[in-house]
Design a protein around this ligand. Structure first.
Ligand code: ZN
Length: 416
């Protein structure tokens, strides 16, 4: 049993399922010359609450240390803005947004999502704790408060703008240290018939894809519909629609209203049944995931050692947070993956913490024999890129580590 009161229900029945060893904070990139292991390392352990089924990590790095300055920018890839444009169109159509309505986005990052509401003429407000990305949004003309969302923040929004018809949170809901204060704040901020739309990495998708690399210190909780509902119901809220969207290798999108305010749709019952059938509420499922992670490690490390033995160079394609988890958990350092190439200028010149793989700018002329694709969830976008097609036609390969170890080249896909 982990020494932790469940983040959702408070029971001290959270059982350890996966120990990924001590790791540094994945998004705190380090200077390349910093001596090894001088950055702080923290336990990274995944537990399962035997009472409410919430899957969570036990160690909390204070949010002020993780989110005051943030290198992840939503607008960097092409996939995310398109995804947000689609989601905002669906929300506007379903709930009839007009000029008087207020949309509040929690963890609004660089404003990529709120920007998509421009055609509907409604008022928007972003709440973003990281000063650097909040400023990007403000500079782009998206009204953004730089602070953490919680009950106090909700009260200040109510006082200044009134209640919100729509509150959204994408890719932040698993971050929340003040989980209950945030949900209370959402409940207070919504109009009587308001809707909270939450998107979070889906634990079921993580299980099915062996996507353990989503486990990092920023992600405190990992949701199924069942555990998300358990949390919301404690605060008088209810999921009335639930769907899975393919972003980030599997994301749950839940539409939430005050309890009893809207009819609970078939989508909710269908997903509940599916989760029961697949055992997502049972600890054995997560113990099996732990075994699959070990098997993945053996395959990937053996493959990279084989490349090294044949004198073939491997670089990482991108340096996302999840890549730090994968590399540190598997002990893959610069001896196997020489460097990582990136487009995000905030990361270039630094190194992936822990394993110290240097991050360099992606250029047209320098290429390795193979890229390890750490942002494997964007593989389809990468493979459509003409430069990457040319790279493969010249004999280059992409090593995709998850959900299965695969090598993609001009000749097709090889399973490892
Ligand atoms: Zn619990």
């Amino acid at each position: 049993m982990l020494d932790l009161a469940c983040r959702c229900c408070g029971a001290r029945r959270v059982e350890l399922v996966i120990d990924l060893t001590d790791q540094p904070h994945c998004n705190r990139l380090v200077r390349q010359e910093l001596p090894a292991r001088t950055e702080p390392h923290y336990a990274l352990r995944l537990g399962f609450c035997r009472d409410c089924t919430m899957v969570q990590i036990d160690h909390t790095i204070p949010k002020e240390s993780m989110f005051s300055d943030y290198p992840y920018v939503s607008g960097t890839t092409k996939t995310l803005p398109a995804h947000f444009a689609d989601t905002s169109r669906r929300i506007a159509a379903a709930y009839g947004l007009g000029p008087q309505d207020l949309v509040v986005d929690i963890g609004s990052n660089d404003g990529t999502w709120l920007k998509q509401y421009t055609p509907f003429g409604c008022r928007v407000l972003g709440v973003e704790a990281a000063a650097n990305v909040a400023k990007l949004a403000q500079d782009a003309g998206i009204r953004t408060w730089q602070r953490f969302f919680n009950e106090d923040c909700a009260r200040d929004i109510l006082a200044e703008f009134g209640p919100a018809k729509i509150v959204t949170a994408a890719g932040v809901f698993f971050h929340l240290e003040e989980l209950h204060s945030v949900v209370r704040g959402i409940e207070q901020l919504l109009t009587e018939d308001g809707v909270f739309v939450v998107q979070a990495i889906y634990l079921g998708g993580m299980v099915e894809n062996t996507a353990f690399d989503q486990v990092y210190h920023e992600h405190l909780c990992y949701y199924t519909l069942r555990s998300l509902s358990a949390l919301l119901e404690r605060h008088g809220l209810e999921v009335f629609e639930a769907t899975l969207v393919p972003i980030h290798g599997g994301t749950i999108e839940a539409h939430v209203a005050r309890r009893g305010r809207r009819n609970v749709g078939d989508s909710v019952r269908a997903m509940q049944a599916e989760e029961t059938r697949k055992g997502f509420g049972e600890i054995a499922t997560y113990q099996r995931l732990a075994r699959n992670v070990l098997a993945l490690r053996e395959k990937l490390v053996a493959l990279l050692e084989d490349y090294r033995a044949r004198g073939r160079s491997v670089w990482a394609y991108g340096a996302p947070a999840k890549g730090a988890t994968l590399l540190n958990s598997f002990g893959i350092g610069p001896d196997l993956v020489e460097k990582a190439v990136e487009r995000n200028p905030m990361k270039i010149g630094l190194a992936i913490p822990g394993v110290r793989i240097p991050i360099v700018e992606e250029t047209a002329d320098a290429k390795p024999d193979a890229y390890l694709v750490l942002a494997w969830n964007f593989i389809d976008e990468f493979l459509k890129n003409p430069a990457n097609i040319a790279f493969m036609q010249g004999g280059g390969e992409f090593i995709v580590p998850i959900p299965n170890v695969q090598v993609v080249g001009a000749g097709g896909v090889r399973q490892v």
